[in-house]
Design a protein around this ligand. Sequence first.
Ligand code: ZN
Length: 160
Amino acid sequence: MKSIITLHATPNAWLTNSVLAPHLDAFIAYLQRGRYAAETTGGYLNGIAHFAYWITQINLPLQVLDERTVEQFLSDHLPRCDCPRPVSRAYRDLHAAFERIDGFVRRRLRAMLRKQKHRPGQGRCPHDHKQWPNAFFADLGLFTMSKAHRSACQSRCGNN
Ligand SMILES: [Zn+2]
């Protein structure tokens, strides 16, 4: 977890002590393959660390994480957030972080689907995206954190 080492100790602990911890190495590897700048990766991880801290505080198991949970974090928690510093509260940064999580989850799902079809590979090829586009997962009911973010922003601004 090289990238986490660059995080402040507090958000690092939030991540490593959360239900997200078992997925961190794979998520960081995904970010590193995306060749984001270290500062960008740190921003994503700081935003996710805030979310991880919050779901830890409310004892939310990962299995029940859904669109409403993300909206609750953004619409209810964030405006009243008194989490200890350093905490990332910027909507824009959180949206970018959530988009990375969505991409990461879909990539892992594509890898699982490819494995079911006994095809080799790591999960990132145009053929996979064509065969299982984002809409494929949406049609199956997979919520996206970025969609929940957009919905929460619209509710917050009264545009729904
Ligand atoms: Zn907070």
